[in-house]
Design a protein around this ligand. Structure first.
Ligand code: OOB
Length: 539
């Protein structure tokens, strides 16, 4: 077994056999899928991004050119490649090219900075890092120089646009292509929202992911007429596969990409491209609804608005349906696999008050107590799941895997849910030590570790605090060594280390001691109550 495979946990043979027999896993790779679509839909529009308009044939040709280019550079099967691109057509040419040569993209977010990217490069021993020259006022080439200096495995930095000291994506020689990968192989890595000190990488196979695309495309009734607007980060599991851009390609439809989710930019795009479906995180919903009420845009083509990634309150859900007059679909998913959808013909009660039911009849759901004992239907407990597109282990994380998966391979989602009599899930809370900042996930421990390394900090505990706009924001309770330490210094320190801006604590509260639980651990529950009280008093 290769070193690489030893770090990934396959599905047990019995389950894998079952998923194949049932026709979930059909042995098709992403490159075979794209080739098939290019044959079927040749001149139909696959992608729109700014001035770029690519047919299925254009996308396939560009992916083929890049695959040969990557091969010429020496990239090949199982090489890990960190891909950090904004929402642009080239993202898809790059990933389909990597899929073709069996290299494995790691989907970084545009917000990630030096600490995150160098961790991915080091942990996965990535050989290449693919960026845009600049985006959102940030120069990724400077970031790449910093990352390269601390990542010994990194041989290539490939740049969309002006390459500076690196290699331009537009200008690669052509090399011979290797044999294509197998559909049962890992195809890429998603990133875990995380609740531990370091982010976790999620290996997804061609077989399992394409099954989730097919299931999603069916549930969302996608067809070649579908036009999907992608405003969430293109590599995130929601925007990529639920049904996301890849689900739309599966169905032969059109993907319209935009990095800007503001109504002034997006509403004209919806009208011009006749967008039929889009996906939002909850904080965007009131922004769109308020703007729609005042601007009166032409949204007549928009049939479905999906909302997911974080808790969505039912009053806002009702407002969306009422004011936009389209179908609301709630989506509760995770990069590790399981995705739940409300269905288009569900009752209002289900659509407004639940987060849907799984894609597959073979998604196994368990709702259990603290001792892993099953709870009666309707009671709130820990959600465990196993199924044809849910992983059995993170990449290179044996110790963490022992905690995150049961002995029989169920993933511990860290979510607290209840199941309705109809089999729908309602997300009631979270047991994992994470902040869900409007869909962006922050691992408390990751940021606590960084702050603890600051010489002025004696101890720190990070918790979620309520926020009217984002749902949750992060609050760091800090015990100082030195009373002169200021919050701005800690924020500047974190920024200088190089982390995604959304992970910087929204608020820092200095304190002399932490409340403790009965067994002497820091009580985050009491800290959450403390900050909630304080915010109430301030408001
Ligand atoms: C999606 O994926 P991730 O990996 O960024 O985050 C997963 C976590 C879930 O475990 C849950 O805690 C939370 O995000 N979450 C929701 C939710 N959807 C996700 N919490 C409440 N209500 C929802 N509707 O966020 C993701 C992946 C695929 C599709 C949709 C979302």
């Amino acid at each position: 077994m290769s070193d690489f495979l030893a770090h990934c946990t396959p599905w047990p043979e019995a389950l894998a056999g079952d998923y194949r027999r049932k026709g979930y896993w059909r042995g098709q790779t992403f490159s075979a899928l794209l080739e098939e679509r290019a044959e079927q839909y040749g001149e139909r529009l696959a992608l729109v991004s700014g001035q770029t308009r690519w047919s299925y044939r254009d996308l396939a040709a560009e992916a083929d050119r890049l695959a040969k280019g990557f091969s010429a550079l020496g990239l090949g099967p199982q090489d890990r490649v960190v891909v950090q691109l904004p929402n642009c057509a080239e993202f898809f040419a790059v990933i389909f090219a990597l899929f073709r040569i069996g290299a494995l993209p790691i989907f970084a977010l545009p917000a990630h900075r030096k600490l995150e990217i160098s961790y991915f490069c080091q942990h996965a021993e990535a050989v290449a890092y693919i960026i845009a020259d600049q985006h959102g006022g940030f120069d990724y080439r400077n970031l790449a120089s910093e990352v390269k200096a601390v990542s010994p495995s990194l041989q290539h930095v490939l740049v969309l646009g002006d390459a500076g000291p690196f290699t331009a994506l537009h200008d690669l020689p052509a090399g011979p292509l290797p044999a294509p990968p197998e559909a049962s192989d890992v195809a890429f890595f998603q990133l875990s929202g995380g609740s531990t000190g370091t982010p976790k990488l999620i290996p997804r196979t061609h077989d399992d992911y394409i099954y989730s695309l097919r299931g999603s495309a069916e549930i969302c009734q996608l067809s070649p007429e579908s036009v999907y607007l992608c405003v969430l980060p293109v590599g995130h599991n929601f925007a990529l596969s639920s049904p996301g851009s890849l689900g739309v390609f599966y169905a032969g439809g059109t993907v319209v990409l935009s990095s800007n989710s503001s109504p002034d930019h997006v509403f004209p795009l919806i009208a011009a491209e006749r967008v039929s479906i889009t996906a939002l995180v909850p904080p965007l919903v009131p922004v769109w609804l308020d703007a729609a009420a005042s601007l009166q845009p032409d949204l007549s083509s928009l049939k479905v608005v999906q909302v997911g990634g974080a808790r969505f309150n039912s009053e806002m859900a009702a407002r969306l349906v009422r004011e936009l007059g389209c179908i609301l679909q709630q989506v509760f998913g995770m990069a590790e696999g399981l995705v739940n959808y409300t269905r288009y013909d569900d009752s209002d009660a289900l659509v407004l008050h639940t987060q849907g039911r799984p894609i597959s009849p073979d998604d196994e759901i368990r709702v259990v107590d603290d001792e892993d004992q099953p709870l009666p239907i309707g009671e709130v407990g820990h959600l465990l799941t196993r199924g044809p597109y849910t992983i059995h282990g993170y990449y290179r994380a044996a110790e963490h895997n022992a905690r995150s998966f049961t002995a029989d391979g169920f993933y511990r989602t860290g979510d607290l849910v209840r199941q309705t009599a109809e089999g729908y899930l309602v997300v009631e809370g979270r047991a994992k030590d994470q902040i869900n900042r409007g869909g962006e996930k922050i691992s408390a421990e990751e940021i606590e570790h960084l702050l603890l390394a600051h010489q002025g900090v004696a101890d720190v505990a990070i918790v979620a605090m309520p926020d009217a706009f984002l749902g949750e924001k992060s609050c760091a309770f800090v015990i100082r060594r030195d009373a002169s330490l200021r919050a701005v210094e800690l924020n500047a320190y974190l920024r200088k280390l190089g982390i995604a801006a959304y992970k910087i604590p929204d608020r820092i509260e200095f304190t002399d001691a932490f409340p403790k639980t009965g067994v002497g651990k820091v009580s985050k529950k009491i800290l959450r109550q403390m900050i909630e009280q304080r915010l109430l008093m301030l408001s």
